[in-house]
Design a protein around this ligand. Structure first.
Ligand SMILES: [Zn+2]
Length: 236
């Protein structure tokens, strides 16, 4: 069996479809948008895709690249996600439903998808949270971003910024600071999972009043140290 490319994995995992070889090096599977069997084609090298049947909202053939797939899949799942779904996740995670809604989390089967954006605000991945194992996973090949980094990139005025560890902490902190008048305009960002703090993120904190809130464990202290070192190196 041929090894799957990261792009094939992305389409299969997020789209919950199975793709198999078709002519011309393309992959073929069922279309998650219209449900038609074997009408969804993907180029496993560049991520170009199209459905031979369905149309988008403008009546054009539904097609695109990874970016359009993520956007249209997110839109589809958003329409399917009910208030009851948000309420259940809220109970499970202890995060208010309106925070989950505002962050545009969407339900996908038993799992949830957590959208992340690049600094320009373009959707760059839907990280899947497995409700059974509690694991959160990004798609292979998609860049790891600072959650909320797109808001930080836009903020010119010196502001309070809270840096949390992981998606859920970011959401929990966000719901908390909203209740405090002093922090009404604060920005909350999250680093993705354990022990990742990228050099390139440091510049976006310049001029802001930054509070680092990582876990009180070894990963958390390593992260704090790494963030501190990077910050000093950058601004000295
Ligand atoms: Zn279709």
């Amino acid at each position: 069996m041929l090894t799957k490319t990261p792009l094939q994995n992305l389409y299969e995992t997020l789209g919950e479809i199975e793709l198999s070889g078709a002519t011309g090096g393309q992959l073929q599977g069922n279309c998650l948008f219209c449900g038609k069997s074997n009408h969804f084609y993907v180029n496993p090298e560049n991520g170009g895709w199209d459905c031979k049947v369905c149309q988008d909202d403008d009546g054009e053939p539904r097609k695109g690249y990874v970016e359009q797939f993520l956007e249209q899949l997110h839109e589809l799942r958003l329409e399917e996600t009910t208030n009851r779904g948000y309420d259940n996740l809220s109970k499970q995670r202890g995060i208010p439903a309106d925070t989950l809604r505002r962050n545009l989390l969407v339900k996908a089967g038993d799992d949830w998808l957590f959208p992340t954006y690049d600094v320009k605000g373009k959707l760059n991945d839907l990280r899947r949270w497995n409700s059974r194992t509690g694991e959160m996973r990004g798609s292979a090949g998609q860049e790891l971003v600072l959650f909320g980094g797109e808001k930080l990139a836009k903020r010119k005025k010196p502001s309070v910024v809270f840096v949390c560890e992981g998606e859920w902490d970011k959401l929990a902190m966000e719901s908390t600071v909203r209740k405090v008048a002093e922090f009404k305009n604060a920005i909350v960002v999250g680093v993705p999972g354990a022990a990742i703090f990228k050099n390139e993120w440091v510049g976006s904190f310049k001029g802001h009043n930054v509070y680092v809130l990582f876990d009180n464990d070894s990963t958390g202290s390593n992260l704090t140290a790494a963030a501190g070192c990077l910050y000093m190196r950058y601004f000295q």
